[in-house]
Ligand binder design. Structure first.
Ligand code: FES
Length: 478
């Protein structure tokens, strides 16, 4: 059998998503062996795989990069040290294979000589011909398997990490630490300071090799080092890893934090919406789950707002602030605050988070600025790459209500399993009617609903009247 590949790696090589491959496994198109797929089967399904033709995958990655606020190049290139270590590992593997090959070659030559000496004996001539034909075929196959070449390249550029006991997996790319990579993959691993002081990100490396890439003050005991413990926030992967790590089960596991952040930028999102971009100190970042909110205080005015950015970039926090002359905090954002000003962040709050292990497809329903927490959840769901279908409905009545429509359209263009619908009229009942009309199997979905209180209450009631299971509905008023 050809090389077996973990599903995430196979998806990268084929330039598709993990969900697409899962669907093919389920339909029987793609055989799987303990969660792995063979390179031959992958090539059979994707015969056009070429080294230079991974556009679909790159497009999806660029969308994620936009969400994570990092440049693609930074993601792609590991540090020189890690790169040379990975190249060394592969060279050692190659040298080992070459030595094996030479020994096999010598053995085949010896067998061929023995047969030649006995060609007069019955069957020996036929055996000799068979052997010659086999050797000619093997020696004639000079073109390397494209997938093997791509997989080797991928292994130099990134390392694959499997977490225990959950079985979740992710890739470590560029100069990212294990912690940053896990967060970018939408995984809620346990951590605190992000910079080597608290020890909360301690995890045990079961197999594979890690390397320290950031200094840390937290000291691991000799016993912990002997057992393979490492700090996820200060180490990167040299090789593929299996790691035992604690993952956050729910919003309740995350402690309340108070941080003084600074305004990094203020940017208009249409006429009546503004993006407030805060940056936390490097050594005091906000730990939260996508979809949660925080209390912001500036100039004596406070408000509670949903974080509209990804927890994977825990230094850069985005908020959507609607223009409102009656709201003291909105007045601060529109009339007072400027780059460098201090804003206190307290939180996180709320249970409006993704049920990451639910097997159901997802409907996201946002009304007006309820898009902010929904954006966080959509990006989280995209990072996890587990839901078969992600459909977003954004209800907004004003002319500039869909203030990030281009972003939503770019998601729909890049992802086969993502659909976007802008709804410009009607009330909560009308939106729920539209959901039912579009999805005869509505009860097969999980629904995440966010928007003004009246809209959310109306939609929850309308869904209940439709007989939609309450346990599959997560709603928040913004
Ligand atoms: S998160 Fe604090 S030491 Fe890693």
């Amino acid at each position: 059998m050809s090389r077996l590949l973990p599903l995430s790696r196979a998806a990268r090589l084929a330039g598709t998503t993990r969900v697409t491959l899962q669907l093919k496994i389920r339909s029987g198109e793609l055989p799987s062996f303990d969660g792995m797929v063979s390179a031959d089967d992958l090539l059979r399904l994707y015969p056009d795989i070429r080294l230079e033709e991974d556009g679909g995958f790159e497009q999806v990655m660029q969308i994620k990069e936009r969400a994570f606020g990092k440049r693609v190049r930074e993601r792609l290139l590991p540090s020189q040290e890690i790169l040379s270590q990975r190249l060394y590992e592969q060279s050692a593997e190659l040298a080992d294979l070459r030595a094996h090959l030479q020994r096999y070659h010598a053995m085949m030559e010896a067998v061929r000589d023995r047969i030649r000496e006995r060609e007069a004996q019955p069957d020996m001539a036929a055996l000799g011909e068979f052997l010659d034909a086999q050797l000619a075929e093997i020696l004639g196959a000079t073109a390397p398997n494209t997938l093997d070449v791509m997989d080797d390249m991928l292994r130099v550029m990134s390392a694959h990490v499997t977490l225990r006991p959950s079985g979740h997996d992710f890739f470590v790319e560029g100069a990212d630490t294990l912690l940053e990579s896990a967060l970018k993959a939408g995984l809620a691993v346990n951590y605190g300071c992000s910079n080597g002081n608290c020890g909360l990100c301690k995890a045990r490396v079961v197999s594979g090799e890690v390397r320290k890439v950031r200094p840390h003050d937290y000291v691991l005991s000799e016993a912990e080092k002997d057992l393979g413990y490492t700090l996820l926030c200060c180490h990167a992967a040299v090789s593929d890893l299996v790691v035992e790590a604690l993952e956050t089960g729910s919003a309740g596991d995350i402690p309340q934090q108070q941080i003084v952040a600074r305004v990094k930028a203020l940017q208009p999102l249409g006429d009546d919406m503004r993006l407030l971009h805060l940056q936390t100190p490097r050594n005091n970042r906000l730990r939260f789950l996508a979809g949660q909110s925080v209390t912001l205080t500036a100039g004596g005015a406070s408000t509670q707002l949903s974080v509209a950015s990804c927890p994977c970039d825990d230094r850069n926090l985005h908020f959507h602030v609607a223009r409102d002359a009656q709201d003291d905090f909105a007045r601060q954002v529109y009339d007072v605050l400027g780059p460098g000003d201090a804003v206190t962040v307290l939180g996180p709050w709320g249970e409006f988070v993704l049920r990451a292990d639910s097997p159901r497809p997802i409907l996201f329903v946002a009304s007006e600025a309820g898009f902010a927490p929904i954006k966080g959840l959509v990006e989280h769901a995209m990072s996890l790459d587990r839901a078969e279908r992600l459909h977003l409905y954004w209800h907004a009545c004003g002319p500039s209500g869909h203030y990030l429509a281009n972003l939503c359209r770019s998601w729909a263009e890049a992802l086969d399993n993502f659909r976007y619908a802008a709804i410009t009229a009607g009330d909560a009942q009308a939106v729920v009617d539209r959901l039912a009309q579009d999805h005869a199997d509505l009860a097969a979905f999980d629904i995440y609903l966010a928007g003004p209180e009246a809209f959310v209450d109306g939609a929850v009631k309308a869904l209940a009247l439709q007989g939609f299971p309450a346990a599959q509905l997560v709603a928040t008023a913004t």
